[in-house]
Design a protein around this ligand. Structure first.
Ligand code: PGA
Length: 243
C-alpha cells in the first residue's frame, strides 16, 4: 500500500512565531499514523527539529555544493533536518523557468542526499481546455521523474496549475482520470509503481478533502493555503486518516 501523506507547503510564508501552529498541530495529531509533512521556508527547517512531523524543503539545487549564490542543496536540507523536498512545483517552473530536465536533476540530488523527492506535475488551464492534460502529464512524468526513482524515495504530486490558490478544484472524475493515468504510467515503468504515493494538490480544504481522498489512487494531498493554520490543516489530516 502507498504511504498516506498529508503535506503542507507553506511557500514564502512563515517566521519563527508561526511555529506555534506546528505546536497546535502536534497537540491534535502528534500521534497520527499517517505521514504528516510540513514544508516551511528553508529558514525555519532547523527550528522544526522537535516536531514529530516530517519536514521538507520546497526546492533544492541540483548540485551538492558550489558557487550558486542564494541556492540551497539537498544535502543542506538534510543536514538542517529535512527528510523530504518538493521538486518542480509549478511556481518554481513558472517563476524560475524550471524545465523537466532540471526537475529530474534536482530529484536525483534529493535522492542522493537521502531525501524523498515530492515531484510536482500538472497542466495549465489552456492545456486542459485544449484537451492536452494527459499528454502534458506524460511529458512531465517522463522528463521529471528520474529512471533511478522508486516508491521509497519519490512521491508524485498532481497539481493542476489552475487549481493552485484559486479555490477551483477539478471534478472528482477529472482527478480520478489523471491519477489512474499516472498510476498506469508508473506501473509500466517501475516494478513498484503501485507503491508510489500519489498526492492531489490545488485548493484542498477541510470541506473537500474527504471526497478527494475517496478517489482511487489518491494517497494524500499537497496543501498550500490551508496548511498555514492548524485549524485549517487539521480537518484535512483527519479526513486522510479516515479515508
Ligand atoms: P493551494 O496550493 O492549496 O493553496 O491551492 C497548493 C500547492 O501549491 O501546493
Amino acid at each position: 500500500m502507498p504511504r498516506k501523506i498529508a503535506a503542507g507547503n507553506w511557500k514564502m510564508n512563515g517566521q519563527r512565531e508561526n511555529l506555534r501552529e506546528l505546536q497546535r498541530l502536534e497537540d491534535l495529531h502528534g500521534d497520527a499514523d499517517i505521514a504528516i509533512l510540513i514544508c516551511p521556508p528553508a529558514t525555519l527547517i532547523s527550528a522544526c527539529e522537535d516536531t514529530p512531523f516530517d519536514i521538507g524543503g520546497q526546492d533544492c539545487h541540483s548540485a551538492v555544493s558550489g558557487a550558486h549564490t542564494g541556492d540551497v542543496s539537498a544535502d543542506m536540507l538534510a543536514d538542517a533536518g529535512a527528510s523530504y523536498v518538493l521538486t518542480g512545483h509549478s511556481e518554481r517552473r513558472t517563476d524560475h523557468g524550471e524545465t523537466d530536465a532540471l526537475v529530474a536533476a534536482k530529484s536525483v540530488a534529493a535522492i542522493d542526499a537521502g531525501l524523498i523527492a515530492v515531484i510536482c506535475i500538472g497542466e495549465t488551464l489552456d492545456e486542459r481546455e485544449s484537451g492536452k492534460t494527459l499528454n502534458v502529464i506524460d511529458t512531465q512524468l517522463a522528463g521529471s521523474l528520474p529512471d533511478s526513482a522508486n516508491a521509497q524515495d519519490c512521491v508524485i504530486a498532481y497539481e493542476p496549475v489552475w487549481a493552485i490558490g484559486t479555490g477551483k478544484v477539478p471534478t472528482l472524475e477529472q482527478i480520478a482520470e489523471v491519477h489512474a493515468h499516472i498510476r498506469a504510467r508508473l506501473n509500466a515503468r517501475f516494478e513498484d509503481g503501485d507503491e508510489f504515493s500519489l498526492l492531489y494538490g490545488g485548493s484542498v480544504k477541510g470541506s473537500n478533502a474527504a471526497e478527494i481522498f475517496g478517489v482511487a489512487n489518491v494517497d494524500g494531498a499537497l496543501v498550500g493555503g490551508a496548511s498555514l493554520k492548524a485549524k485549517d490543516f487539521s480537518p484535512i489530516i483527519t479526513a486522510l486518516e479516515r479515508a
